[in-house]
Each structure stands twice: as C-alpha cells, then as structure tokens.
Design a protein around this ligand. Structure first.
Ligand SMILES: [Zn+2]
Length: 189
C-alpha cells in the first residue's frame, strides 16, 4: 500500500511527514529528533507515538525519617535502636518491627562490610548515567539489620562478600538516598 511501507515518511493532509517504522528502536530515535513517529506492525496497523515530556514537582515529606536524610548532609549514617529488643536497624525504622516500641536514633559506623551485591545493567532515570552500577547490602558492626547502597570506585569482579567498605557522602547534598554511597576501604582491592 503506497505510503504505508516501513521506513518511508508518510504525510497527513500535506502537513509534516512522519517517519514510519516497524522497529521500536527507531521509534525512540525518531521521537527524540522529530517528536512523533508511526509504528507500523506486520498487519499494517498504525500506532502514532509522540514525545511527551512529563514533569511533576512532587512535594515529599520524610516525616519521621527526617533525621536519616539530615544526617547524610552532615556526613553521618543514622540507624535506629529498639531498647526493649536490643535490636539496631541499619535501615532506620521509627518503630520496632518486632515489638512496636518507638526506637531511638543512633549513629552507625562509617565503615561496613559487603554482605551481598549485584550489578545493575539497567536502572531508573536517576541511575541511567552511571549504569552499569553495583548495589551492595552493607553490614555494620553493632547493627542487626543491613543497608542497601551503591558501591563505587571498583569493578564488579573486585567485589567480594566481607569486603571492607566506607561510606562517602555528596558534598552537595540533595537530601536523597543518593547522597550516600560506599567505596572500597583502603587496601580492600
Ligand atoms: Zn523492639
């Protein structure tokens, strides 16, 4: 059918020509350049795709988690502790998950060990620029639970369970979990 072949521009009422393609990879490429494209499937069905920037200002409250994020800006890792259970949460909980009692904020050591890790070859928008990146689960002396963070300044094949690592903090805190990450301790790799 004339004008409906993949790869050929189509016209609509003599207006701007839209690229037609049967490859999704070309859709993304075309959208970033031209703002619209038509995906043409094997049966000749047409789907119009448009580039539609979408921005939301999300007003978010950290509420009772506030001390954790303020701590990152001060170069501190804060966990919480339940006195009745003698349990320290490295991922802070303002109430104990075992007995429900309110916990107290405590400062965690800035040194920890790799409990487990994985390498992410895809990530959400905030992490795309640093993909692939390494996620680690961090153990701390004196804490009973663990913290999920990123491990930088080393390659995947250098990481091992038990690897000593140290917390690093952004010099320009944005009050996000990305204000902290870990790097190998000196001599660890
Ligand atoms: Zn408790």
């Amino acid at each position: 059918m004339k004008g409906k072949e993949a790869g050929k521009p189509a016209t609509t009422s003599g207006k701007k020509a839209l690229r037609r393609t049967n490859k999704f990879t070309e859709i993304q490429e075309t959208l970033s350049k031209e703002g619209a494209a038509i995906f043409l499937d094997k049966t000749g069905h047409e789907d119009l795709y448009i580039d539609f920037p979408y921005h939301v200002n999300y007003v978010h409250s950290y509420a009772e988690d506030t001390p954790f994020f303020l701590g990152l800006a001060e170069g501190k890792l804060r966990g919480t502790r339940c006195e009745p259970c003698q349990y320290t949460f490295a991922t802070p909980r303002v109430h104990c998950q075992f007995c429900g009692a309110p916990t107290k904020w405590v400062e965690l050591p800035l040194k920890g060990k790799v409990h487990s890790w994985t390498t992410c070859h895809y990530g959400s928008e905030a992490f795309l620029k640093e993909t692939p990146y390494n996620l680690v689960i961090v153990e701390f002396e004196g804490a009973n639970s663990v913290l999920l963070s990123r491990l930088k300044a080393c390659t995947e094949d250098q990481i091992y369970v038990g690897m000593p690592i140290v917390a690093k903090f952004s010099k320009e805190p944005k009050y996000l979990i990305t204000d902290v990450w870990f790097e190998p301790a000196p001599g660890a790799v």
